[in-house]
Design a protein around this ligand. Structure first.
Ligand code: AMP
Ligand code: ZN
Length: 281
């Protein structure tokens, strides 16, 4: 499979990037986001790397070094945001405190904080789009997990372009979101791995050391029985249902968080709910 062509086709089909736009690529340091940055750069887009240093010891240090060298070689600007500087604590401490006070899994907490920082910094960097390395396997997991949990509404963001600013159909306006795009949406993880290895990218292939025993990890394990064309069917069929689901479930009531000003479904955004746990420590 030619994944460069597939990325080009997805960008064209879903109008992910307009000419001249600045695309901030969220870099974890893994194979997906590194390959994405490389491909977008190769296709001639105006890219800027954005990485959150989660303060996970050696693991973070190696990722930071790899991405710094990778971007330097390709002459791509890179911004590394230090979670400890931004927030005062590393991710492990944050997760431990939040788990004690609110019953949220570590990956959920990490996801909320990452989305909050990426959105804030994408706007700071004046990005037109923020691109993540989510691939076909990630999206299949998300669709299946949401079904298994009976929370199909969460899947409304499982599209190649999310964070829509104006939805004419629903007559709703949402503000404050940097528009997120997922150009690897239809590319199987195995293909990206092959590509990154063929390109000899100097990166780590290990999964996040903290993602142990979570629902996503369990889902990934039994999903290993599915082949790539079955994963594609699950994701494509779900895409067809999204307009109908949006009409049924989307509320469109996005407001500004009263503490940080970032988008929120209620008065306070999810990240500030997490930050509240630290007020009295
Ligand atoms: P994950 O949730 O770890 O599967 O990551 C999904 C996507 O989020 C990656 O492909 C990256 O685009 C982005 N991402 C994950 N971790 C980071 C990070 N530490 N800094 C910036 N972006 C990240
Ligand atoms: Zn907030």
């Amino acid at each position: 499979m030619d994944i460069e062509k597939q990325v080009r086709d997805t960008i064209e089909k879903y109008n992910l990037i307009e000419k001249g736009e600045k695309v901030v690529v969220a870099l974890s340091g893994g194979k997906d986001s590194t390959s994405l940055l490389y491909i977008l750069h190769k296709l001639g887009y105006n890219v800027h790397g954005l990485m959150i240093d989660l303060d996970l010891g050696e693991w973070s240090k190696i990722h930071n070094k790899n991405m710094t060298e990778f971007c330097k070689e390709l002459k791509i600007p890179l911004t590394i945001v230090d979670l400890k500087k931004e927030f005062g604590h590393g991710i492990c401490y944050i997760k431990a405190i939040v788990k004690k006070q609110k019953n949220l899994s570590g990956c959920t907490v990490c996801g909320i904080i990452k989305r909050w920082i990426l959105n804030k910094w994408a706007k700071k960097l004046k990005a037109d789009k923020i691109a993540t390395g989510h691939n076909l396997d990630d999206e299949t997991q998300t669709v299946l997990m949401n079904f298994l949990k009976g929370n199909v509404m969460l899947g409304l963001n499982s599209t190649p372009m999310t964070g829509i600013i104006v939805d004419e159909d629903l007559k709703c306006k949402t503000s404050g979101f940097a528009q997120r795009i997922k150009p690897l949406f239809f590319v199987p993880e195995s293909e990206i791995r092959n590509y990154a290895q063929k390109m000899k990218f100097k990166i780590l292939y290990d999964r996040c050391p903290c993602a142990i025993g979570t629902y996503r990890v369990e889902t990934r394990a039994w999903m290993a029985k599915l082949n790539d064309s079955q994963k594609m069917k699950i994701v494509e069929n779900f895409q067809k249902e999204i307009p109908r689901l949006k009409k049924k479930f989307a509320s469109g009531q996005i407001q500004e968080c009263k503490y940080c000003g970032e988008p929120a479904r209620g008065e306070i955004c999810n990240a500030c709910r997490i930050f509240e746990c630290f007020k009295e420590l």
